[in-house]
Design a protein around this ligand. Structure first.
Ligand code: GLC
Length: 626
């Protein structure tokens, strides 16, 4: 420990100082390795990070120190089958942070143990990409409350067994953030926080290999800033300035922000758009190896002060690039603990539209197993659009073209395909590639949109989808509105700043009336809520759904069935899912071979009935057999 760190910890009781010392002993190599992979002069950077961690540790409350101890004793807490998530916007769910705290019964009844509150730090005024253009990381959006309110809510959530999750936007800040203001004022220190170019030469060379994120409302990845009269890297919107992570000062700033959020009692930090952090000429500037070193540096700093805090990678990338976010090779156990399972989500919708499971089985079975320290967030849909991330290789292996299947899915979910029940909206049509992403709630995409094209089928498809994500392993997260089968917000475009961004259609408000409706028998809200709550309840009693039980996708099953096997010392669970609108059979012998001598379907509570040596699954049936 340096004298500086000793000074910071001087006022603490001896056992606390010792704790920090032990953690430093344990995790110093991780920190040093990570910064060595990133910067010249790593010793000084690592020392600064330790000082930031020591400061955070010294300021951490007794309650949270206790949480740290508890989590260190239960390192698998987030992998357990009782984990069940919900994601919402504070204002759209409870008006304010305090209001959310007063409306927790709805979540507790749903089985929620993990609450992702969408961006709530102070954003820029006007359009701010749903809060992803942060103006100040150290304050809460004023209309939602204060830091104290956030701390209080986190404390209340903890007491009710719910882990609070918030976003940490690492790739960019709002053009109105102090750092960007100072950069525009000519301050060299802050200019070096961004990627600023005098002319188009460098931007042009990068753009040769950069994909478009928002081709429709924010084409290109650079913006000519009128005040600077220079080009600024803006991967997303013109007013979201990408940060220059090759500057260690940026890392140190974020280490401080991580401490601040962890000390408010946030238990999981969602690392927004993490794939984009490191820029390298001649690449698509995503998934560069340095991204994982940056994560390791931040994660280790956080561990020293607040080991209870987990990291979740929002990397919406191809399956092969995804696994390193959970830690591969030298980063194993040192980066994010949780990552989004985008592929599973895409393949669920793909199976439902095509009534075929072949492509999904092929793609999902070839995913490598997750490292033991990590797990997934699994979800039916999220606050973003659905991009049809069908891998060309996977498609070719099943005899279709990637582009052809992606077009089919866009047609199907926008309701343009004959026989489609879906009512999604096209998001970000890209004329160069023909890609069309899709917005819509689960209900709207399942047949329960504004014109209720196929209500009964929709419920079956929604439960099937939820039952698959809940069987997969990880933390299943329900996006606000889906638990009450919201068809979407019909007035999404009338809010200032939202008119061009139809992702707002699937970010509906959940009001007190909605919450009351889920208690009224026979309403869509009641049907959806009770069904999802039932899945969560059954799940928490099944040790085979702990993340430590690997997920095996059977590859030799009949088309139309997705079959997952979860083997655990306590027994085996076989999930059989019929993605078609017809009956499908599964051989009984196969269940015996898998170790189920007296199969019991736990979602319905029934024993399975045999016909001709097979079990017959009704259309869209979801069976969890133990
Ligand atoms: C993430 C968010 C998305 C946002 C983008 C830029 O992908 O989920 O909503 O637009 O990052 O911050």
């Amino acid at each position: 420990m340096t004298p500086e760190v000793r000074d910071i910890l001087a006022g603490m009781p001896a056992h606390r100082r010792e704790t920090f010392e032990l953690r430093l002993e344990q995790w110093w190599p991780d920190l040093h390795d990570a910064v060595t992979a990133l910067y010249d002069g790593p010793d000084a950077v690592a020392a600064n990070l330790v000082a930031i961690a020591a400061q955070g540790f010294a300021e951490r409350s007794d309650d949270l120190h206790r949480l740290d101890e508890r989590r260190l004793l239960q390192p698998d807490w987030f992998q357990r089958p009782n984990m069940f998530g919900y994601a919402c916007y504070v204002d759209r769910y409870g008006t304010t942070l305090e209001g959310v705290g007063e409306r927790l019964d709805h979540l507790v009844d749903l089985g929620v143990t993990y609450l992702h509150m969408m961006p709530l730090l102070t954003p820029r005024e006007g359009d701010n990409d749903g809060g992803y253009a942060v103006k100040d990381f150290y304050s809460v959006r004023p209309d939602l409350g204060t830091n104290e309110d956030l701390r209080n809510l986190a404390t209340t959530l903890r007491a009710r067994g719910i882990s609070p999750v918030v976003d940490l936007v690492l790739n960019h800040v709002a053009r109105e953030h102090e750092w960007a203001e100072k950069a525009r004022g000519g301050d060299e220190r802050y200019r070096s926080y961004f990627h600023i170019y005098p002319d188009r030469e460098t931007p042009d060379s990068f753009e040769r290999t950069l994909p478009e994120v928002f081709p429709d409302f924010a084409p290109g990845s650079f913006t000519l800033d009128t005040e600077l009269d220079e080009w600024v890297w803006t991967t997303f919107n013109a007013w979201q300035w990408d940060l220059n992570w090759s500057n260690p000062a940026v890392l140190e700033e974020f280490a401080g922000i991580v401490m601040h959020l962890a000390n408010l009692g946030i238990e999981v930090l969602r690392l927004d758009a993490i794939a984009f952090l490191w820029k390298r000429l001649g690449t698509n500037c995503q998934n560069q190896p340095e991204v994982h070193a940056i994560t390791q540096a931040l994660r280790t700093t956080c561990r020293l002060a607040a080991p209870a805090t987990l990291f979740k990678a929002e990397a919406i990338v191809g399956p092969r690039d995804l696994m390193p976010y959970l830690g591969l090779g030298r980063h194993t156990g040192r980066v994010s603990d949780i990552a989004y399972h985008n592929s599973l989500m895409v393949h669920i919708w793909s199976m439902l539209a095509s009534g075929s499971s072949e492509l999904a089985v092929h793609a999902l079975a070839s995913l490598p197993p997750t490292p033991p320290s990590g797990t997934w967030v699994t979800y039916v849909r999220c606050h973003d659009d659905i991009g049809w991330a069908i891998d060309d290789g996977d498609a070719a292996a099943r005899g279709v073209t990637g582009a052809g299947h992606r077009h089919f899915l866009a047609d199907w979910y926008s309701g343009d395909f004959d026989g489609s029940w879906a009512e999604g909206l096209v998001f970000q049509y890209n004329p160069d590639t023909g890609d069309r992403r899709i917005s819509g709630t689960s209900a709207a995409l399942s047949g329960l949109g504004p014109s209720r094209k196929d209500a009964d089928g929709a419920f079956a498809r929604m439960f099937l989808a939820h039952a698959i994500v809940a069987a997969w392993g990880g933390i299943p997260v329900v996006w606000s509105g889906d638990e009450i089968a919201s068809p979407g917000d019909p007035n999404w475009a009338s809010e200032p700043g939202h008119e061009n961004d139809n992702r707002w259609v699937h970010r509906p408000r959940v009001t007190d009336e909605d919450r009351a409706r889920r208690l009224q028998q026979g309403t869509d809200a009641q049907r959806a809520f009770d069904g999802i709550a039932h899945i969560a309840r059954v799940r928490r009693g099944l040790p085979m759904l702990h993340s430590e039980a690997p997920v095996q996708v059977l590859t030799d099953t009949e088309d139309g069935l997705l079959v997952l096997v979860r083997r655990h010392p306590s027994g085996t669970l076989v999930g059989v899912f019929n993605v078609t609108s017809e009956h499908r059979a599964f051989p009984y012998d196969r269940l015996l071979e898998l170790g189920l001598t007296d199969p019991h379907e736990v979602l319905s509570g029934h024993s399975v009935v045999l016909h001709d040596g097979r079990v017959w699954l009704p259309p869209y049936a979801a069976w969890w057999m133990v």
